[in-house]
Design a protein around this ligand. Sequence first.
Ligand code: SF4
Length: 362
Amino acid sequence: MNKPFYDNIVSRALQERSCSENDMFDILQNPEIDLLTLVHAAYQVRKRFTGKTVSIHIINNVQNGLCSEDCGYCAQSKNSQVPIETYGMKSEEEIMEEAKQAYEKGAFRYCMVFSGRKPSSERIRQLTHIIRKIKKQYPLEVCVSAGIIRDHEAKILKEAGLDRLNHNINTSETMYKTICQSHTFTDRLNTLKAARNHQLQICSGVIIGMGEGAPDIYQMANILHEYHVTSIPVNFFIPIPGTAIQYQQPLTPEYCLRVLAVFRFLNPRAEIRVAAGRELYLRDLEPFAFYIANSLFMDGYLNTKGSSHYKTLQMLRDAGFQIQSEFSLDELLMREKKPDLLNSPYDKKIKLKGKKDLHPSL
Ligand code: SF4
């Protein structure tokens, strides 16, 4: 693609004008797209609206499994055969201790995730208590993901000091019934409306790689823009054995970057988070993703592990980013145990050549 193609998209995104469907389809599919030029184009938009900082999010599974819903991608769904640990809501002490740990690791935001269709009124009461307590003790932003939230519940949570409500749309409206039958896309949008009605920041993300095409991705990115979504976690589907959806779309590092760029161009101001699948699919191109996105999850995802703190922090440091935290990247890296390069648990350890490497013909 020629220079005016990228310039036109950047100019529209900087002016917060919508980009054309055809241009976004080209970004996703056209073999003429030059990856470095695309990353640079998206970076101009990212830098204008979000600078060069990355915010670190740490998920806490406050309640795990035992869900009544049938989301086919989810290890906690009622139909899942995945051997996960299931438990009801953690104790207040455990949640507070984990909020403290998240703060000390440099998290900007602490995300409490509950499995289940929707919270009971008792759960809303418990949540308001815990939100107030965390906000009082730590300078953390608090996000809650608790399923379907009605208007009056959003109001109660906002009054308790909740900063952000998460409820992912996951896929396009067209695709929704192929991934879930126990609730609808409209149910999901109604929760976003409730959050918006009470000035809660909205976090709503997607899962890429469940069989959707370019029109679905375009639809998702547009609807999130329409709902003024502040934060967009872009997950890349990890087909955990035992979940209903085992469709494996080949996700290459290049395709993942193309997808992130579409979300950036159509949501120029949003906090775009490289979420699940970051390590698995981006591989050695991972640092490139942060020239487009400006946020990540550290310490793993809903049911799968991610890379170590040290590796994540060092990757951001090496690529020249700062983090949104009271602590600098250098301070956080100092706190982590420095890798012993000869006996390191990290995968970048120095490996000495053995006899077989020195004499390959023997
Ligand atoms: S995504 Fe949420 S609502 Fe759906 S099955 Fe998993 S825990 Fe339940």
